[in-house]
Design a binder for this molecule. Structure first.
Ligand code: ATP
Length: 421
């Protein structure tokens, strides 16, 4: 577990508002351990998302919380009560799985009403709450249809209505919006958020869609190979990722290798205030092209005490952090390349630039309506730079699955301005 993970995971356990507590969870199937050292406290009313590549253990973790599987080690507490041995139907938890398993012989309204009927809720109230729940998922007009007469997306919405109507303390959602088209998906995202706020239900949400995770969650737990990589707010995860995996998995990442030339600790300034300290680096790609790159002065990262002169670090720059200048611009140090793609996106101009050493980077600049020349021709030579301090410095890792450079598969989303900006 990284320091980032530890800080965010333990922060909540200091207050009494914790609903779900996972401590030391391990899960093995046969000889294969698929979850390792899972520790997490979730507050009442929190919206937390599990995000990670296929097979990293998200569904397994939901199934443990729901009670469909038992952990190999560790404990799950819900409202302070140990869940060990308590069957799924006795837990105050509802789950919306990818396979939503509606009852085929019942109408939509009967499916949604089912949980309340079991609890012997009075008929009038059932009717009122079914009406409300169907309104929430925009399916009032299909109340008397059977599930097999609905599209996949409509069935998914029935499953959500059926879970929410029980007003569980904890709602587990495993990719609940995956079958919806883009427009409906966006609508359901805000409906779900509204519902979660209004009903005060705690959500543990699984998605592959990082924009969905960034926009909906109070916190995101990034997973890889059955372990948490980082737990933090969307802004923390995007702006200050704990490692290269998280940096590349969330959003688009330009990564530059740089050699450390000096590490300078915190020092009092003229007024006696402690400054952050800095590191001095030489960006490796720039060395290749210019042969005379000036050193860059960067904010000193937390791990700097482990860094020696001559070490390699990674500089993360999101596309919106990069600035493009003319190649002969003498004011800014930068990396020379040429534009290989330029896409006007309405509010931004997104450019893909190939640097001289073949490294591909992406820059996203706000479109300037007052500048008619604000565009790039394919093949145009440019200089890529950034303001010192906008980068996020990460230690070098010996990873085979995390290569350096722009990650075109991911999507871009600026969540906040860098401090020191
Ligand atoms: P996806 O995003 O594709 O749904 P996931 O992150 O939810 O993936 P899990 O379904 O939790 O991943 O699976 C984690 C690992 O555990 C996988 O390697 C999977 O093959 C394995 N696994 C899950 N259930 C079982 C089982 N019942 N028996 C054996 N292995 C299992």
């Amino acid at each position: 577990m990284t320091d980032h993970t530890r800080q965010s995971a333990t922060r909540l356990s200091q207050n009494n508002d914790v609903l779900l507590q996972l401590t030391g969870i391990k899960k093995s199937f046969g000889q294969t351990e698929v979850l390792t050292d899972i520790n997490l406290d979730i507050e009442h009313g929190e919206f937390i998302t599990l995000l990670g590549p296929s097979g990293c253990g998200k569904t397994t973790l939901l199934r443990l919380i729901a009670g469909f599987e038992q952990p190999t080690a560790g404990a799950i507490y819900l409202d302070g009560v140990q869940m060990a041995g308590l069957p799924a139907d006795k837990r105050p938890v509802n789950t919306v799985f990818q396979q939503y398993a509606l009852f085929p012989h019942m109408s939509v309204a009967q499916n949604v009403a089912y949980g309340l009927k079991l609890k012997k809720v009075p008929k009038d109230e059932i009717q009122k709450r079914v009406q409300e729940a169907l309104g929430m998922v925009q399916l009032e007009h299909l109340a008397s249809r059977r599930p097999q007469e609905l599209s996949g997306g409509q069935q998914q919405r029935v499953a959500i209505a059926r879970a929410v109507i029980n007003r569980p303390k904890l709602l587990l959602l495993d990719e609940p919006l995956s079958a919806l088209d883009h427009k409906l998906r966006l609508q359901m995202q805000s409906e779900l958020k509204r519902l979660q706020r209004e009903l005060g239900i705690t959500f543990v949400f699984v998605t592959h869609d990082q924009e969905e995770a960034l926009s909906m969650s109070d916190r995101i737990a990034v997973m890889k190979d059955g372990r948490f990589q980082q737990i933090g707010t969307p802004i923390e995860i995007y702006e200050t990722p704990a490692n290269l995996f998280t940096a590349k998995f969330i959003g688009e990442a330009n990564l530059f290798k740089a050699e450390v030339h000096g590490v300078y600790p915190e020092q009092p300034d003229r007024n006696g205030q402690l400054t952050n300290g800095r590191i001095e680096v030489e960006v490796c790609e720039a060395q290749v092209q210019d042969g005379q790159t000036p050193l860059r002065n960067l904010r000193r990262p937390d791990f700097a005490s482990d860094v020696q002169v001559g070490d390699i670090v990674n500089l993360l720059l999101r596309p919106e952090d990069l600035r493009i200048y003319a190649p002969n611009d003498s004011e800014h140090a930068g990396l020379i390349g040429h534009v290989i793609e330029s896409n006007y996106k309405g509010s931004t101009l997104d450019s893909i630039i190939e640097l001289k050493n073949g490294h591909i980077v992406k820059a996203s600049e706000f479109f300037d309506e007052d500048d008619p020349s604000f565009d790039y021709k394919l093949g145009e030579a440019v200089k890529v730079s950034w303001v010192d301090g906008w980068e996020w410095v990460l230690p070098d890792e010996d990873t085979t699955d995390v290569d350096s450079g722009f990650n075109p598969a991911a999507s871009s989303q600026k969540t906040d301005q860098k401090d020191g900006n």
